[in-house]
Ligand binder design. Sequence first.
Ligand code: HEM
Length: 535
Amino acid sequence: DGQPAIGENALNRPLDRVRVDDSARELTTNQAVPVADNQNSLKAGLRGPTLMEDFILREKITHFDHERIPERVVHARGSAAHGYFESYEDLGDLTRAAPFTAAGKRTPVFVRFSTVAGERGSADTVRDVRGFAVKFYTDKGNWDLVGNNMPVFFIQDAMKFPDLIHAVKPEPHNGMPQAASAHDTFWDFASLSPEIAHMLLWHTSDRAIPRSYRMMQGFGVHTFRLVNAQGVSVFCKFHWSPMAGTHSLVWDEAARITGADPDFHRRDLWEAIDSGQFPEWELGLQIFTEDQVAKFPFDILDPTKIVPEEMVAVRTVGKMVLNRNPDNFFAETEQVAFCAAHVVPGVDFSDDPLLQGRLHSYIDTQISRLGGANFHEIPINTPVAQMHNNQRDGMHRQAINRGRVNYEPNSLAGGCPFQAGARGFVSFPEPQHGSKVRGKPELFADHYSQARLFWISQSLTEQRHIIAAFRFELTRVQTPAVRQRVLALLANIDEVLVASVAEGLGMSVPPPLPPATDRPPYDYPPSPGLSLFAR
Ligand code: HEM
């Protein structure tokens, strides 16, 4: 059908078009005019003023003046690499998504790992969530699986995301602290948002100080849908598991490394790939149906909940190998634009209200971060599959679309792009009903059952690390009422946890926060897989 075959090196073709080798070439201006002297500006006499006429100086300085672009509003600090995804099997019974149509099929990927809170130049080894964003350049368009290294999130609704991030980022009056959650505003917000309970335990656990990007899991977090060629849909949670195992630093190591080598994770990823030690992950799917969902003690649309592996096993379906470092950090790692709304036929969204808000946010922010509506033409963002539509113009347009017609329907063009029909992306026709309301489903209000599940699944050593992390973070909180409210939240999770944290702070244990629901908490059995020591 005229599409290029997609192989492991397919991404090289579009990128080759723009790769530049400057070595041993004559220096020129941006208009390719050879430059005679790159050391001295043009002056009226050797000791005289610089002349306005010096277009070479002005072009050089002007370009330099505009070298910086805004950093990402979140996940500003990151490192990335190229590689491929290989499907172990044909998953046609579950999905028609391009990466899974045949056993052994390879799809090129570009993967960016990141911290969330810190600025572009901040340290790698701080306590934070890590981003795990995968761009699949499939033969049916780009699919971005924009995940994190923890399977749950802080909040349940996109409406709260700007508040969460304002609370996490440095405080607006004095710009402190950099890249750390250990401050009043974060804990103030947390203590007033009890849905955060489960994520707080992941965040104070060893998962928040990974040993290496090569040694962390990745999760799609939300429930997604897979849809097969017959239009049958199942629910799906995505899991990446590193072949090198999941490993963490301990806090003392992390704190020292942050000072001694702020690029620790960036260097580790680069050097591993440079020396041929290619990091690998297996992709696992948790597949479940509407019937199963009806029996779960949690809501699958709630991103603060996992689907325990004891309830739905993880099916391993392929592996990802990162085997090539970027040529240019800015052109690739900085300019790459992931978006939770970038799906391909065979993958669809659920109604998770956090996911639904994300579908808007990414392209919106990238329009200002990357300067206009044409950032999909920046080489690292360009699909390997061919793009054809009637979108035109805008800042920095690269494509030279030919012909007289850029609309449809039309009768004038010999062959303008035509709708793909059933071969294209068709939204799963999920029936919808209900009144327009703001609010939450009832099960969203069970904030503590899965927080407790995480706690009881940790080894004693891991529990001690969590207690130490709460103590460290909360001793940085200056407002006693905030600390008090965090303790009241922890009192809903576990008695030992709250007593140990309170003791470390020299405070007494307050009564638990009143639960947000009358439903009794659900008693999950411990899940050994949640402990790093069990892996
Ligand atoms: C980056 C918004 C929740 C993972 C970003 C960016 C925005 C954003 C604006 C910067 C994008 C850019 O400049 O290119 C939101 C909103 C959320 C949300 C509004 C909730 C309503 C999440 C969740 C996850 C996640 C739940 C994980 C499942 C990421 C990752 C990046 C990112 C990995 C970095 C992508 C990269 O490496 O370039 N997010 N986010 N976000 N977000 Fe979210």
